[in-house]
Write a protein that binds this ligand. Structure first.
Ligand code: SAM
Length: 288
């Protein structure tokens, strides 16, 4: 219990200090996504009908997209806007007590307000007006051919049936529409999604702890993960999407490669390829 409270405290400190940095980081990433889409498909992310899949509670990417497009979001969780009691009751029913209390705490501690302020400061708009429907990406209620651009960041590693989700994301695109998703690889160094790996407080966590039987109890993620390997992602993407382009993002590859090689020499992580250990995420795009 004390450990959990301490983790919550350090996570709060991290967000409180880093809201502006995080928003700036996402803006940079979205600028790069825009360049990629323009160069691969000659498509400008302007004046489009856009679906943001799995917006999360902060909706930073949705806000970026909504500067020049009509944006609709979906999330499996209810995304609570403001303080409406009805919103929180729905959240309690759909997301359960734990996530509702977490959201209430986040709001009471003004973390959501900090992100909203950072968004207004950096983008000149927030996400207050962007509709977010509670929906599963694997069973969306939109008619086919509804969106010009489908965007999905860091969601599909939490989805049990990725084939179904990719078919759905392609179904709702108009013919000629473009899709883009990123997914964090389970075999990456931070693939457990233990929040401490992101908040810089990783002193007690060995590298790739979640993949090492003797160390895996030292990490705990905050979401269910499908644990798909790199080869499974490649197969799935090829089977479900027309002409997908897959890029592997490998920040810090040099350092991680040396650590992974040294661990493998000592008998650890032998069943994993170096490529999947140093790959942080897959970035996939396609045109329907
Ligand atoms: C790691 S967060 C990513 C949030 C945001 N896209 C980002 O990149 O910052 C993953 C989000 O996906 C949502 N999610 C998980 N499974 C989903 C599903 N089957 N359909 C829609 N959203 C889902 C979660 O509720 C959560 O808000």
């Amino acid at each position: 219990m004390m450990t959990k409270l301490w983790e919550a405290r350090s996570l709060y400190d991290w967000h409180a200090t880093n809201a502006v940095t995080r928003v700036k980081q996402v803006i940079e990433i979205m600028d790069a996504v825009e360049d990629t889409i323009r160069s691969r498909y000659d498509l400008a992310l302007t004046d489009l009908t856009v679906l943001d899949v799995g917006t999360g509670q902060q909706q930073i990417q949705s806000a970026w997209l909504a500067r020049r497009n009509r944006v609709i979001g979906i999330d499996l969780d209810v995304v609570a806007k403001g303080w409406s009691p009805r919103g929180f009751l729905t959240m309690w029913r759909v997301n359960g007590a734990y996530r509702t209390v977490k959201t209430l705490a986040r709001k009471a501690l003004r973390l959501d307000a900090m992100y909203a302020r950072a968004l207004h400061q950096e983008l000149g708009r927030g996400a207050e007006d962007i509709p977010v429907y509670q929906m599963d990406v694997a069973a969306m209620g939109f008619p086919s051919h509804s969106f010009d651009f489908v965007y999905c960041s860091s969601v599909l590693q939490c989805v049990p049936d990725v084939n179904l989700a990719l078919h759905e994301m392609n179904r709702v695109l108009v013919p000629g529409g473009v899709g883009y998703f990123t997914v964090q690889l389970y075999t990456s160094e931070t693939g457990s999604l233990d929040p401490r790996l992101y908040s810089g407080d990783r002193s007690s966590i060995p590298y790739w702890a979640h993949l090492r039987p003797a160390e895996c109890q030292r990490v705990s993620g905050n979401a269910w993960l499908n644990k798909m390997r790199l080869s499974e992602w490649r197969q799935c993407v090829d089977a479900c999407l027309p002409n997908p382009i897959v890029k592997l993002s490998q920040p810090q590859a040099h350092t991680l490669l040396a650590i992974a090689q040294s661990l493998q020499e000592r008998g650890h992580l032998q069943e994993y390829s170096l490529e999947e250990l140093v790959t942080h995420e897959l970035q996939v795009s396609w045109r329907k």
